[in-house]
Design a protein around this ligand. Structure first.
Ligand code: HEC
Length: 258
């Protein structure tokens, strides 16, 4: 929810809730008073009447407290909505550039390795090159980047919790309206520090991906994968599916910092 919509919702909802509550309570207390007025005339029943009214008043009070809590809840939601920093276009563009850089460096290594010794040889190259390139780019840009997957080859690509949910949403819709890899951007705030996250879909293709991630893996390639990744889950993908995602974390700049 954006800040503006949260505030508007609050401004509309809060007075309506209070007015409805007041009218309801006044009517109820009014009805009760009429009902007990007759009994009130009989002195013997005076004790009972006061007691009943008292109990009723307590109940009304409790419900008022409940409503106050609701109003507070809506208010805090509105404040939280205002407080949550939004991802900026500049950070999104920077993250996309970082993801492109990683993909292009890795793909050129992978391409060369495939040409020189086929998929069996390229597995070793991929296994070493991918983390090394991620580290290089981290050092160059100050961002942290990793590849993640719902069915990972490298166990380090496994995700849990919120990240996994976001990745599942990406898997349901891996490309945007223009056919580009889908993006998910958000900002996570911890105290004074904030981090901008971009998750960008990595789409499965037939060439060159299928040799190592496809539905028919050659036995020598399978053996080479199993040797390094005994818990491999990253085969059986078809072109167009989500193979995984790049996750780029940018430390958010403090206001005014360039
Ligand atoms: C030569 C075999 C090979 C080819 C071809 C290949 N990969 Fe991989 N892929 C691997 C290996 C090995 C890893 C694990 C690397 C590591 O340890 O970080 C991996 C990991 C990944 C990951 C990271 C998540 C995970 O499961 O660990 C993604 C995403 C990925 N590959 C996508 C692709 C895509 C898309 C293509 C085609 C453009 C492709 N791969 C082509 C071997 C290959």
């Amino acid at each position: 929810m954006t800040c503006a919509s949260a505030l508007i919702l609050f401004i509309i909802l809060a007075p309506i809730t209070i007015v409805i509550q007041l009218v309801q309570d006044m009517t109820r207390v009014g009805q009760l008073c009429t009902k007990y007025r007759h009994i009130g005339n009989i002195t013997a029943h005076l004790g009972l009447r006061t007691k009943a009214l008292c109990a009723r008043k307590q109940e009304v009070d409790m419900r008022l407290i409940g409503k106050k809590r609701l109003v507070l809840l809506v208010a805090s939601l509105a404040v939280a909505g205002c407080d949550a920093p939004q991802p900026s276009d500049a950070d999104i563009q920077r993250s996309i550039a970082i993801a492109d850089e990683f993909q292009s460096r890795l793909q050129s290594k992978l391409g060369r390795a495939l040409q020189n010794g086929g998929p069996t040889n390229a597995i070793a190259v991929c296994a070493e090159a991918a983390p090394a390139i991620a580290e290089q780019i981290s050092a160059e840009t100050g961002a942290t980047l990793r590849r993640i997957s719902l069915r990972p080859r490298n166990p380090g690509a496994e995700t849990i919790g919120e990240l996994r949910e976001r990745l599942m949403a990406l898997a349901a819709k891996p490309t945007d309206a223009d056919g580009n890899p889908a993006l998910d951007n958000w900002v996570d705030r911890r105290g004074d520090a904030a981090t901008h996250y971009t998750m960008r879909a990595i789409i499965m293709k037939d060439q060159p991906c299928a040799a190592c991630h496809g539905t028919e893996i050659k036995p020598d390639v399978r053996a080479a994968i199993d040797e390094r990744y005994p818990d491999d889950q990253a085969t059986g993908f078809r072109a167009g599916e989500l193979r995984g995602a790049m996750l780029i974390a940018l430390p958010r700049k403090a206001p005014g910092e360039k």
